[in-house]
Design a binder for this molecule. Structure first.
Ligand code: BF8
Ligand code: SF4
Length: 636
């Protein structure tokens, strides 16, 4: 056990010694035994792209300065980076494609478990895509929306940008990015293009490669945007809901089912069928029936839409199993630790994989399809009830920590809350308060948790510091999970940490929206793909102010970033003009050129750039400084 590791989350702190007693290892133990980690990898100067390699560049200038093929550190770093972006884009957009195909099946009547829950959103999406809805019924519109969306995966004319990219940013931004040649026309083609140009003996120009990376990041943005919006159409657009978060949401007397991963297609149906199977759980001895909890971004999805409690975020997913109280861990795609399959050997938890492309040794596989979703979900719940019967009561250790979390702040929910202050012009109160300085700026927290820093610590430290400076805080993904677990999505947190003028605005909006108090300190915008919700708000603000996104006092922070998806998200945020903080050292510093482009030169090109700062208080200071700079440039 890593004794030096500090935990902000008391639930983990409490549970870890018990894990040690049981002789099990966790992500933190494996991190410790992995030390020292490979310095070449950390700098991004190791290349395994062809089998003449692996090659590595000597960072001190004494040994090899080129790989066997002649690639130098700049080429190698740039290639590695943009391959990561392509992987992130592939992950998000495949998720999006799955949702779009499901919408098509709903429209054609082939997916009985699903329906169009938010017709209003469907119509607004259709309008945004330039589709006429007049005289068409809901299913016809849904079909046209699905087909228009799928064109963003199949268009061959590279001079026509993806609709979901073009229609969701300011016109000025779209023009700028088109002129730069980085607007995607076809998500799949852009991902394939990156794999192609980074093959041995192809693109060796680091700047050209990085431009390809920006395009890949915008393909990621496109896939994420359509994923969020079409998920809202099928499952409903989140509205504020009060729930709870952290391991204390597990119940000793219930069949606990943890839904984990990213794609809401199965977890939503599990929530639907669980209610009807409560009696079976009770008959198995679970006095409180079935208790569904979330982990990672599937958790964020069902939390934001249904108020399902969140058990934990990425890094501590093993801890959920180690409580001994999770009967089934149902996983779909992405960010699922293979170690869960190993933990099963010591705990009764049934790990259930559900996607053909995401299997884990040790798990039972229940193949999910949209056509059989109801039966699949029932099978999952049955397996959970069976596992409950095998529970070892002596192994149950549920840390009694949980916090209230007010979640579900979609862009629509934010606009709706603001409309209570000004029905005709909902954006005006927000804009006025930004202009008069009551709100200094907006910070979006995104990204993962990682063993490289004490889990959740950077998120919480930076957020409190920015709130003190009257910066409005938004969060998604595992950042949102951190804030939910640690009580920053509460009205009490607003009272405790918000600067006076921010508190006054959050109180005015919260009161008007019927919350009997302020909005929570951090607004939960959803899962990782839902980062685009923040873009919806930012673009509306930019359009209203008549400026491009790179002029807004808006910043982003991924203080504990880890995954390739996070690399892609950070890169599109920068490409849209948003200065973006990384709290870990990205694996690019082996190239001075790539580092300089990312942290400086991009500013001239697109307005956004990366700020790397591992100290959270200093990071908050730098972000606030950027906000002040932008305010000054706007003359506010
Ligand atoms: O998509 S924040 S660890 S769970 S990658 Fe993964 Fe990172 Fe969490 Fe959600 Ni996003
Ligand atoms: Fe080495 Fe070049 Fe092959 Fe990379 S592509 S492994 S640098 S020879």
């Amino acid at each position: 056990m890593n004794k030096d590791y500090k935990f902000v989350d008391q639930a983990i702190e409490e549970l870890l010694p018990k894990v040690k007693e049981a002789g099990l290892d966790t992500v933190w133990d494996r991190f410790k035994s992995m030390q020292p980690q490979c310095g070449f990898g950390e700098l991004g100067i190791c290349c395994r792209i062809c089998w003449k390699g692996p090659c590595r560049i000597d960072p001190f200038g004494n040994g090899s300065q080129r790989g066997i093929c002649g690639a130098d550190a700049h080429t190698i770093v740039a290639r590695n980076l943009i391959r990561g972006i392509a992987a992130g884009a592939a992950a998000h957009s495949d998720h999006g494609r799955h949702i779009a195909l499901t919408l098509l099946e709903v429209a054609e009547g082939h997916a009985p478990a699903y329906c169009i829950k938010d017709e209003k959103k469907l119509m607004s999406v259709a309008a945004r895509l330039g589709l006429s809805t007049e005289g068409k019924n809901v299913r016809q519109v849904a079909k046209e929306v699905a087909l228009a969306t799928l064109e963003d995966f199949s268009r061959q004319n590279s001079s026509i940008p993806c609709s979901w990219a073009r229609q969701t940013m300011t016109a000025e931004r779209a023009e700028k990015l088109t002129a730069l040649g980085v607007m995607p026309h076809n998500i799949d083609a852009v991902v394939a293009g990156i794999m192609n140009r980074t093959h041995v003996g192809c693109d060796a120009d680091p700047v050209n490669l990085l431009l390809g990376g920006l395009k890949g990041a915008l393909a990621d943005y496109t896939g994420m945007y359509l994923s969020t919006e079409l998920s809202d159409v099928i499952f409903g657009t989140p509205e504020p809901v009060i729930t709870t978060a952290n391991l204390g949401v597990l119940k000793e007397d219930a069949v606990n089912i943890a839904v984990h991963g990213h794609n809401p297609l199965l977890s939503e149906i599990i929530c639907d069928v669980a209610g009807s199977m409560d009696e079976e759980a009770r008959q198995a001895g679970a006095k409180e029936g079935i208790n569904i909890v979330g982990v990672c971004c599937t958790g964020n999805e069902v939390m934001a839409r249904r108020g399902i409690p969140l058990a934990t975020n990425y890094l501590s997913q093993e801890m959920a199993v180690l409580t001994g109280a999770v009967d089934a861990m149902v996983v779909d795609v992405q960010c699922i630790m293979p170690s869960l399959g190993v933990l099963q050997e010591c705990y009764h938890t049934q790990l259930i994989t559900t996607m053909a492309t995401n299997k884990i040794p040790g798990a039972v596989h229940v193949e999910f399809t949209e056509k059989t979703a109801l039966e699949d979900a029932r099978r999952v719940v049955e397996l959970a009830i069976e596992a409950y019967k095998r529970r070892d009561k002596n192994k149950i250790n549920i840390p009694q920590y949980k916090e209230t979390a007010i979640v579900g702040f979609s862009a629509e929910a934010v606009f709706a809350a603001l409309s209570k202050l000004n029905k005709e012009d909902p954006l005006k109160p927000l804009l006025d308060n930004i202009v008069n300085g009551n709100i200094q700026g907006v910070a979006l927290f995104a990204g993962c948790s990682t063993t490289r820093v004490a889990q959740d610590h950077n998120f919480v430290t930076i957020a409190r510091e920015l709130a003190r400076h009257n910066v409005l805080l938004l969060a998604t993904g595992c950042g949102a999970g951190a804030f939910a677990k640690l009580g920053l999505m509460t009205q009490e947190a607003t009272e405790a940490y918000a600067g006076d003028s921010l508190k006054a605005v959050l109180t005015a909006v919260g009161e008007a929206a019927g919350l009997n108090g302020p909005l929570p300190l951090v607004l939960h915008m959803g899962s990782c793909v839902d980062n685009t919700r923040a873009v919806t708000v930012a673009t509306a603000l930019a359009n209203k102010l008549g400026v491009d996104l790179d002029k807004l006092p808006v910043v982003a922070s991924a203080p504990e970033a880890m995954s390739e998806k996070a690399v892609a998200i950070g890169t599109w945020a920068v490409t849209l003009g948003i200065p973006t903080h990384l709290g870990i050292i990205p694996q690019v510093t082996g190239s001075s050129l790539v580092t300089e482009v990312l942290t400086d030169k991009l500013k001239d090109l697109v307005g956004g750039y990366f700020i790397v700062e591992t100290d959270p208080l200093r990071a908050a200071g730098k972000l606030y400084e950027v906000i002040r700079e932008r305010r000054k440039a706007l003359g506010i």
